[in-house]
Design a protein around this ligand. Structure first.
Ligand code: DAH
Length: 351
């Protein structure tokens, strides 16, 4: 081997040993084997040799180049592997707990609605449903809410263009509204089922109200019990059993006489405050009671509108809002929070 080539190889290996990056490796490659590289330059030496030595020199030069190329290649592999290990060490820490994908949960309102339904189902009630777009007859007329009743005012009710409803049978044209309460589900149920009837109807309701404490979309739950000999005492007993199951404690049930066209007598009902057991706190405004909703004995006229013999059957109904109840249960300060879909709020209610 020519001493010149041998010196190149030695120098090269010495330089290679301290190369720690792929850029430096490339520079080293250029310095030896590039167009102006030192090994490349030695190729020119060949012409200066006596012809008899040229062949050997050429072969030695080729071996030198091959050896350098192979060493560069091995070193590149080593550097790549080292970089990968470094990356892995940085990115993958096998001792870290795994990242969990964010898990959604039911809206607090849905949770309340389900809990309410479960409670009444345990008490022997079925769950009934009705459409959000409702005929005026079921939402108003059959519930004794006459044409001149203020609840039918444009200011309270969302009217729907009848033409906008697909599949409306011709000849069955009714003024349509977004149901303003869940009470039309009473009508639908009584028209299609025979007593004994024992249903609840939770659902979305709509009114043209939109301020800090009212949302144009809100939620109610309706209760209805029709059979022979049903009395107000049954209603009170049912509400008491409901509070015990739902709030986990016996609460007072108080009726205050009130008027709703579809019940007679009618009442508003309050429950003893579940937070202070009636002693008085901020949540019950120091009255010891929380106003919940309306109720009463189903008006005989309503029974007759639905083809139920009011001489034979009696029944009671109640209805209350579940948005406020949800806010109270979780001490949610603003109604808006319930409908903004902000995950920072929603994720506080895992289920
Ligand atoms: N539908 C009434 C409302 O939205 C609430 C209500 C009152 C429902 C008395 C009833 C009832 O079933 O008997 O204000």
């Amino acid at each position: 081997m020519s001493p010149l080539l041998a010196a190149q190889i030695q120098q090269f290996h010495a330089a290679l040993a301290s190369v720690t990056s792929e850029e430096a490796l490339y520079e080293l490659q250029v310095a030896y084997l590039g167009k102006k590289g030192s090994v490349t330059a030695l190729k020119g030496e060949m012409g200066k040799l006596p012809p008899a030595e040229r062949k050997d020199f050429g072969a030695a030069w080729n071996r030198t180049r091959d050896e350098i190329e192979a060493a560069l290649e091995r070193h590149r592999d080593v550097l790549k592997a080292r970089a990968r290990d470094l990356d892995l060490a940085r990115v993958v820490d096998l001792s870290m707990p795994p990242l969990r994908p964010p898990v959604g949960s039911l809206h607090p309102l849905t949770q309340t609605r389900r809990r309410l339904s479960e409670t009444f189902i345990r008490l022997g009630f079925d769950v009934a449903v009705g459409p959000h777009v409702e005929g005026e007859q079921f939402n108003f007329d059959d519930l004794n809410i006459g044409k001149d009743h203020p609840a039918r005012d444009m200011a309270d009710t969302f009217f729907v263009e009848p033409a906008a409803i697909r599949g409306l049978a011709p000849g069955d044209v009714q003024e349509l509204v977004l149901r303003t309460h869940t009470s039309p589900v009473q009508i639908r149920t009584m028209r299609t089922r025979k007593p004994p009837i024992r249903i609840i109807a939770p659902g979305t309701t709509f009114r043209r109200d939109d301020d800090a404490t009212h949302s144009p979309m809100f939620h109610q739950i309706e209760g209805l019990y029709i059979d022979e000999g049903v009395s107000l005492a049954d209603l009170k007993a049912t509400l008491m059993a409901f509070t015990e199951d739902f709030f986990g404690q016996r609460l007072a049930v108080r009726f205050r006489p009130s008027f709703f066209p579809f019940v007679e007598p009618g009442a508003e009902f309050d429950l003893g405050c579940p937070f202070c057991s009636g002693r008085g706190c901020n949540l019950c405004k120091h009255t010891g009671y929380i106003e919940i909703g309306g109720c009463g004995m189903v008006h005989p006229g309503v029974l007759e509108h639905c083809g139920i013999d009011s001489e034979r059957y009696t029944g009671w109904a109640f209805g209350f809002g579940i948005d406020r109840m949800t806010m109270m249960l979780h001490q949610i300060p603003h109604l808006r929070l319930m409908f903004e879909g902000d995950t920072r709020f929603l994720e506080q209610f895992p289920c």
